[in-house]
Ligand binder design. Structure first.
Ligand code: VG1
Ligand code: CO
Length: 536
């Protein structure tokens, strides 16, 4: 075996963010850059000798090339086996499932998720541990430390492998196993949901559109929705993955998936529609005439999950990220089960899921999932909604209204200011933190810190929370997935009880809160922005 050791000078800034390392694709393509991060990861986990790794990505530009590099380095490090999705494709939840099902030691997922792809766009890489979930902070910190001191990396002098041929081959002493990316994942879905009931619903004329946004979920959605469940061909839109996601922004929100939103808002629109993101872990849920906010979706799923066979035994608890609205807390309280508030990023749910404290988890950024894997899962959320719709035989709009009439409504929106000057963004956050005198109407401002109830680890500075006297809440935090300047996220929510006014326009309902945040922070004035770039 021709192991080659190459000297390397550390690269600055290889610090994993909310979900792995994300940089411009050209940054990742610099000689040695990817290699440095991969070697740092291998070093941080005590090497890969004898280990089994799952490798796959969302198919974006540089995905296939990066996989070849990773495989050579894993082989040089003495890994026993690499399980790779055919053509280098694996959705993030499917990768998580494979790690678990195959008892792998970990996995490398190549994705910048909802960020656009292409040579001038974004690329990313993250490491998942043996439970199938994103590496916790202890591991990502160790990786970052390694990137600062690295002096060499190991690779193999070997030609590229054919990633399209299913089956096993050898790379040095490592076995490379190319698997169909969909099969195991689809089988898992069938164990959780009543496919018969969903099939009957679809056969009865209930119409569905799923927008794969030219990203990784296309093959999964086609196989499951149009294949197994019998939805008509054409149910899946933009279903062929492309390296630049059709030059789009594979982020399933009302801005980037606007054509789908327009479709459901028209009179002859589908009964149900959904979209997923670049790597298949996010979901946007729509019904005819209605957009379901991710926070509400989590709450509705928590209240109705028992209608699906995989959750018929009930839920152990529900966890949400801190900026997610408190709608799911209300459901948990009524069910008498645990509810948890974690920092942003799926890695913080891993311990709760492993310990059996939470069954469902969700984030306001269109991520929902359960203990079936250790990542959020876009198609899973779609199937759970379909299962619930099949049992309740009501429209999405009716289910949502019924939910608000039971629990009240948390009017909710996130306003993003993108590519803001980093200095200005930091100053806005610092000023908020330093504020000692609170203006009238504000009860408390704090910086969110989290103590993991399972291992006691503490994560500080996870966003500024502003609690208003009338019960409303605003949160400000800086994105950890952007690749250009800073992105300020402003999360806004206001609760109205079951007897209150439940069907106002969301932005109108939140307008006074937006003004209060502006008065407090001077955000728009200081960034020179008239309006947010994205409102979800
Ligand atoms: C964003 C979301 C966060 C999500 C993360 C990864 O992070 O806010 O909820 O977990 O993306 O999602 P940030 O730090 O930019 O706010 V994915 O689908 O992009 O891996
Ligand atoms: Co994603």
């Amino acid at each position: 075996m021709d192991v080659v050791t190459k000297p390397i000078t550390p690269f600055d800034g290889q610090k994993p963010g909310t979900s792995g390392l994300r940089k411009k694709t050209r940054v990742f393509m610099q000689p040695g850059y990817l290699e440095a991060f991969v070697q740092a990861t291998f070093n941080a986990i005590g090497g890969v000798a004898g280990k089994t790794l799952v490798v796959g990505g969302d198919g974006r530009y540089f995905n296939a090339e990066a996989i070849q590099t990773i495989l050579r380095m894993a082989a040089a490090g003495g890994a026993a086996r690499a399980i790779v999705g055919q053509n280098g494709l694996l959705s993030t939840p499917a990768a998580s499932n494979l790690i678990r099902q195959r008892g792998a030691d970990g996995g490398l997922i190549l994705s910048a998720s909802h960020n656009p792809g292409g040579i001038d766009e974004d690329f990313g890489l993250k490491y998942n541990i043996s439970n199938g979930g994103p590496a916790p902070e202890s591991v990502t910190t160790a990786i970052f430390d390694q990137t600062k001191t690295l002096s060499e990396y190991k690779t193999l002098a070997a030609a590229d492998l054919d990633l399209s041929a299913l089956g096993e081959s050898g790379l040095g002493t490592m076995v490379v196993e190319i698997v169909d990316p969909v099969t195991d994942y689809a089988a898992l879905m069938e164990t959780l949901f009543d496919f018969g009931a969903i099939r009957d619903l679809l056969a009865g004329g209930f119409t569905v559109k799923f927008d794969a946004m030219h990203a990784v979920t296309g093959p999964y959605a086609k196989a499951i929705l149009e294949g197994t469940l019998g939805a008509p061909e054409g149910t899946v839109l933009n279903g062929t993955p492309s390296v630049d996601f059709g030059k789009g922004h594979p982020d399933p929100n009302p801005i980037w998936a606007k054509p789908l939103v327009d479709m459901v808002m028209s009179e002859d629109g589908p009964d149900f529609a959904a979209a997923s993101d670049g790597d298949g872990d996010r979901n946007m849920i729509l019904g005819r005439g209605v957009y379901v906010t991710p926070s509400d979706s989590l709450a509705v799923l928590a209240a109705n999950a028992h209608l699906a066979p995989g959750y018929a035994r009930g839920l152990a608890g529900v966890a949400r990220s801190m900026p997610t609205s408190r709608a799911s807390d209300r459901v948990a309280a009524k069910l008498g089960i645990g509810s948890y508030e974690t920092p942003t990023g799926w890695k913080f749910f891993g311990n709760l899921l492993d310990a059996g404290k939470a069954t469902l988890c969700g984030e306001e950024s269109a991520g929902t999932g359960s203990d079936h894997v250790r990542e959020k899962d876009g198609l899973w959320a779609v199937l759970l909604w379909l299962n619930i719709l099949a049992v309740r035989k009501a429209s999405v709009a009716d289910i949502l209204l019924d939910h608000w009439q039971t629990y009240g409504r948390d009017y909710y929106s996130r306003h993003d200011y993108e590519a803001v000057d980093t200095g200005i963004a930091n100053a806005i956050m610092d000023d908020l933190k330093a504020m000692t005198e609170l203006p009238a109407g504000i009860e408390k401002i704090d910086s969110f810190a989290y103590t993991d109830p399972v291992d006691g680890s503490v994560s500080e500075n996870q966003g500024m929370r502003i609690f208003f006297a009338d019960g409303a809440r605003a949160v400000l935090r800086l994105s950890g997935t952007g690749t250009e300047g800073a992105t300020i996220r402003v999360y806004l929510e206001r609760y109205v009880g079951p007897d209150g006014s439940l069907t106002e326009d969301t932005q109108a309902a939140l307008a006074p809160l937006v003004q209060a945040v502006e008065n407090l922070t001077g955000l728009k004035a200081r960034t020179g922005r008239a309006a947010p770039d994205v409102m979800t």
